[in-house]
Design a protein around this ligand. Structure first.
Ligand code: AMP
Ligand code: FES
Ligand code: ZN
Length: 319
């Protein structure tokens, strides 16, 4: 197969675009798609400072690489969650640090256990009713948002690609979770001084394209998935959508892009429904819908109460 742009041997065929490209043209095409998403969804301006949330995986490291190639002032943040199975967290931290060194870029590293006293698996074990991934997501969102606001970044960028977004959309649509559907967007503007603007510049790209990009660019990323993500329902939905894609190339893209179009035109949900009343957490000051403490602060609070009960029981038993 030949590259449609220059006629050299193609390295990738993207059936949904009816486009085969050689290595060189593909490496130019991917940043073009990202730039189009940035402009189309008004994510940030050329002189804005952007904070990229890097997990050490292919998507977020490629995103960082692309933003730097496009000339954006992009720093990174890596959150060490303390997941030690297969040294998952330490290994991914090394990948993020190695990238930062190689590119001469700034990386903020935040170690959850060092800063808050416990790793994610430890907190999750003590906190009933919330899964490890749920706890992890809550902690990551809080830390990233806090850093982005305090350090004055214009936007916080994550490496979610179109497959991620389509799978979440599928899940939300299956449950008609209208609140989540209303908030699922490539850009969430800063609706409060302590809420960072959140952007997903890779939404136009399939996961397969991101894997090819990382490979062709020679980006050294962690291949292993988080041990807690095994059997996750979103992975199942991704597989289902990929089956659909095999039969009907472009189906995944249409599903997601038509949703965005309907959402933006207000055809999907009444826009007023999207307004939420926000107060401030009495401990950390971050916006919350809860009356006193935000969910993040409650996480450590409940844990402390459980710990107290535990140590009280231990002391009583010792008598
Ligand atoms: P995930 O929720 O693991 O699919 O990750 C989605 C996005 O969140 C990634 O593309 C990253 O941008 C960001 N992210 C995930 N894990 C971390 C982490 N440990 N530190 C910083 N950012 C992360
Ligand atoms: Fe957070 Fe897996 S990355 S639980
Ligand atoms: Zn709080």
């Amino acid at each position: 197969m030949k590259c449609r742009k220059c006629g050299k041997a193609a390295v990738i065929n993207m059936r949904q675009h009816r486009l085969a490209l050689c290595q060189e043209c593909f490496l130019a095409w991917v940043p073009e798609q990202v730039q189009r998403a940035i402009e189309r969804f008004d994510m940030f301006a050329p002189n804005d400072r952007v904070l990229v949330a890097v997990s050490g995986g292919k998507d977020s490291l490629s995103l960082w690489d692309i933003l730097l190639r496009l000339g954006y002032a992009a720093d990174g943040v890596y959150i060490n969650l303390g997941i030690s199975d297969g040294e998952y967290s330490d290994l991914s931290q090394r990948r993020a640090e190695q990238f930062a060194r190689q590119y001469g870029a700034t990386l903020h590293v935040i170690d959850v256990a060092q800063r808050y006293g416990r790793s994610i698996p430890e907190v999750a074990r003590r906190k009933r009713g919330r899964s490890t991934c749920g706890t992890c997501g809550l902690v990551k969102r809080h830390i990233m948002n806090e850093l982005a606001c305090e350090a004055g970044y214009s936007a916080l960028a994550t490496g979610h690609n179109m497959d991620d977004e389509a799978a979440v959309l599928f899940q939300n649509a299956l449950h008609w979770a209208t609140g989540y559907l209303a908030r699922q967007a490539p850009v969430l503007p800063a609706s409060h001084p302590r809420l960072a603007c959140k952007v997903k510049p890779l939404v136009r790209l399939y996961e397969r394209e991101m894997a090819a990009y990382a490979l062709v660019r020679g980006i050294d990323y962690i291949y292993a998935e988080c041990p807690y993500s095994k059997g996750a329902t979103t992975l199942f939905y991704k597989d289902l959508l990929n089956e659909l894609e095999v039969r009907s190339p472009g189906a995944k893209q249409q599903f997601y892009l038509h949703f965005l179009q309907a959402r933006n035109e207000g055809r999907l949900l009444p826009l007023e429904e999207q307004e939420v009343e926000l107060g401030e957490c009495t401990r950390c000051g971050q916006p919350t819908t809860a009356p006193e403490l935000c969910a993040f602060c409650r996480l450590w609070e409940v844990e402390t109460a459980a710990q107290n009960r535990h140590s009280h029981a231990a002391r009583t038993e010792g008598l």
